[in-house]
Write a protein that binds this ligand. Structure first.
Ligand code: F6R
Length: 235
């Protein structure tokens, strides 16, 4: 595991965007695993800028998002589909048919998990998986206690996770469809990013503490190719 401490959020965002653009330069048909949330917003801004400067080309790439709330309308302002449309999909030359994200409107969530898992396996290995980390150690929406062998599944979210997104726990989705730990660990390379003082504790537990299901990100210690990008506060 390589750990890079960046001076600030901007530098961290640039370095992770550069990882993605290098990946696409070496292999234009790459399969990218993508995260949402606050942390990668800067990374997406940098990527869009690089695309506009013709430094990066997404035309042959495929993307798989880690997760989506369930149930949620695609055009809900909190949906990850909406997040991705605005921040990346509508801004670069990714082909819509190559952008995969679990469907928060699916009638049958378990079937949707199976469908997503199938799409993932048809695409072959994820070349580069981008991850954020929750304050409770979750990766994707794999909350503490998750099975290491999990694949895409419907999960119940911790109240804190729901509150962080919606500011309340009532009348909002408390479930999500998430790629499993096994899917994430199957990626060829992983880049984890974390920013801010609030992540300091969990970063230390995940990277230096025991490997335990109580801190799902701790499993990354066993992956052979992980790069961690932190800003000073998270480090
Ligand atoms: C989002 C995801 C989550 C977030 C994590 C950190 O797709 O999979 O694991 O990466 O909750 O979120 P932020 O960056 O908002 O602190």
């Amino acid at each position: 595991m390589e750990i890079f401490v960046c001076d600030n959020y901007e530098e961290m965002s640039f370095k992770v965007a550069r990882e993605i653009s290098r990946q696409l330069t070496v292999k234009p048909t790459s399969v990218l695993g993508l995260a949402t949330g606050e942390t990668p917003k800067g990374m997406y801004r940098k990527l869009v800028k690089m695309y506009k400067q013709k430094i990066v080309d997404f035309s042959e790439a495929k993307t798989f998002n880690l997760d989506e709330f369930y149930p949620i309308k695609r055009d809900n302002k909190h949906s990850f589909k909406n997040y991705m449309q605005k921040r990346l999909f509508e801004e670069v030359n990714l082909r819509p048919k190559n952008c995969f994200i679990p469907d928060g409107e699916a009638e049958n969530p378990n079937k949707e998990c199976q469908r997503y898992e199938k799409e993932l396996s048809h695409s072959g290995q994820i070349d580069l998986q981008v991850l954020g980390i929750g304050e409770n150690g979750h990766i994707g929406f794999n909350e503490p206690g998750v099975e290491w062998s999990s694949v895409t599944q419907l999960v119940e979210l911790e109240d804190k996770t729901v509150k962080k997104e919606f500011n309340t726990t009532s009348g909002v989705p408390n479930k999500a469809i998430t790629m499993g730990v096994k899917d994430i660990m199957g990626a060829n390379r992983i880049v984890l990013l974390a920013s801010g003082e609030g992540k300091k504790n969990v970063v230390e537990r995940a990277l230096k503490g025991p490997i335990t299901q109580e801190v799902p990100a701790s499993i990354l210690q066993l992956h052979p190719k992980v790069k961690v990008y932190l800003d000073k506060e998270a480090a």
